[in-house]
Design a protein around this ligand. Sequence first.
Ligand code: INI
Length: 157
Amino acid sequence: MHVHNGSLDGAGLRVALVAGRFNELVVERLVAGAADCLRRHGVADDDITLAWVPGSFEIPVVARRLAASGRFDAVVTLGAVVRGQTAHFDYVAGQAAQVGRVADETGVPVAFGVLTTETFEQAVERAGGKLGNKGWDAALAAIETARLLADLPKPTD
Ligand code: INI
C-alpha cells in the first residue's frame, strides 16, 4: 500500500492570503492566525502575500487570479460572513464558497477560511476566541495539501 500524507513543513512554499475587509475586526484576527501558522511551519515572511478585498463576495475572483499566476503553491481565503436578518448572507456565503472551484480548475490548493456564522460573537469565538482560530486551521490545511500535491504524480498532458 502506498500511503501519502502531506507534511506540515512550509519551508520554501509561497502562499497567498486573500482577506475580505467586511467584519474587519474578525478578519484581521484570521489573517494574524494564518500568518502566524505559516511562519511557525517554516514559510518565509517574504513568501507570504496578502491581498485585501472589500468583502467575501470578492474573494473568488482574486483567489483565482493568484492561483492561476503560477507564483503560489497555495492560497488561503479568509473572511467573515454573519447571517444577520437578510437573504444577503446566502448569496455572499455561496459566492465565497466558489473558491472550491478555483482549486479544482487551477490545481492550486485553496483553503476555505471564511467563517459563516449566525452572529458576530460566533465569528469572534472562531477568530482567536474559545473555539480556536480558523485562519490558523486554513493555513495549516493549505500547507498540508500543497505538500501532498507536490508528493503525488504530476498530471500528464
Ligand atoms: N461581506 C462579508 O465578507 N461578510 C458579510 O457578512 C457581508 N454582509 O453581511 O453583507 C458582506 N457583504 C459585502 C460583500 O462581500 C461584497 O463586498 C459587497 O456585496 C459588494 O460586492
